[in-house]
Design a protein around this ligand. Structure first.
Ligand code: AMP
Length: 219
C-alpha cells in the first residue's frame, strides 16, 4: 500500500470520514488542513500574517497557499520521518497546490508513494449535506444531520454546534471555490501523472470504505 494517500472531493463528500478510517485501520497520520487551520484559529499569539490569512476561511474562501504549505508540509515531514504513512484530507484545493506538493514529495524522494483518491459527488448533494450537518464543539467530530438529533457528540459527549462556515450563504461560496469546478483541473493533473482513482461518494459509507480498501491493496 502506498505511503501517501491524497483525498480529493467537494466539501461534505465524506472524504474526512474515509480518511479517518484509513488512519484507524493502518496507523497512518491524518493531515486535515481544515482541522489544522481551525486549531490555529483557536491559538493565542498567532502571527499577524497568519491571522489575516485565516480571515478568508470565515467567508468560505480558500486561505492563501503559503499557509497551507507551512502547516501541511511540517506535519507530513514529521510523519514521514517517523516512518509513518499519511492521509491528506482536503489538503489540495487548486492546481498550484498540487504542483507544490508534488515538488515537495520529489524533494523527499517519496513521489512514487503517492495515491490520489477522489470521493465524487455532485455539488447539489454536497450542499444538502453541509447545510444540515453539525460539529462537536470540543473534539471537532463532524456529525451528519440524521445522527445529530441528540445534540451531543457520540465520541466525547460535548455539545454539537453548527460549524460557522456551514451556514447556507457560506456553503454556497465554499462550493463555488471548492466544488466540482475547482476539482476538475486538479483531477486532470493527477490523471496525467497516473496517480488517480475515483470512488462514488453517493454510495453508503461502508460501500465507499470497502471500495477504497480494494483500491489501496492494488497499488
Ligand atoms: P474543511 O474543514 O476541509 O472543509 O476546510 C475548512 C476551510 O479551511 C475551507 O473552507 C478553506 O477556507 C480552508 N482550507 C482547508 N484546506 C485548504 C486548502 N488546501 N487550501 C486553501 N484553503 C483551505
Amino acid at each position: 500500500m502506498k505511503k501517501i494517500i491524497i483525498f480529493l472531493g467537494p466539501p461534505g463528500s465524506g472524504k474526512g470520514t474515509q480518511a479517518k478510517k484509513i488512519v484507524d485501520k493502518f496507523g497512518y497520520g491524518h493531515i486535515s488542513t481544515g482541522d489544522l487551520l481551525r486549531k490555529l484559529q483557536k491559538q493565542v499569539g498567532v502571527a499577524l500574517d497568519e491571522k489575516e490569512a485565516l480571515e478568508s476561511m470565515k467567508e468560505g474562501k480558500l486561505v492563501p497557499d503559503w499557509l497551507i504549505y507551512r502547516l501541511a508540509f511540517k506535519a507530513i515531514e514529521s510523519n514521514i520521518d517517523e516512518g509513518k504513512g499519511v492521509v491528506l484530507d482536503g489538503a489540495i484545493r487548486n492546481v498550484a497546490q498540487a504542483e507544490e506538493y508534488h515538488k515537495f514529495f520529489n524533494q523527499k524522494a517519496v513521489e512514487k508513494e503517492v495515491e490520489v483518491i477522489e470521493v465524487t459527488m455532485p455539488d447539489e448533494e454536497s450542499f444538502g449535506r453541509l447545510a444540515g450537518r453539525k460539529m462537536c464543539e470540543k473534539c471537532g467530530e463532524i456529525v451528519p444531520k440524521f445522527l445529530a438529533e441528540s445534540g451531543v457528540c457520540s465520541k466525547c459527549g460535548s455539545n454539537l454546534i453548527t460549524r460557522p462556515d456551514d451556514s447556507e450563504e457560506i456553503v454556497r461560496k465554499r462550493l463555488e471555490e471548492q466544488g466540482n469546478a475547482a476539482i476538475t483541473p486538479i483531477r486532470e493533473y493527477y490523471i496525467e501523472l497516473g496517480m488517480y482513482v475515483a470512488v462514488d461518494g453517493m454510495k453508503s459509507i461502508e460501500e465507499v470504505e470497502s471500495e477504497i480498501e480494494g483500491l489501496l491493496k492494488n497499488y
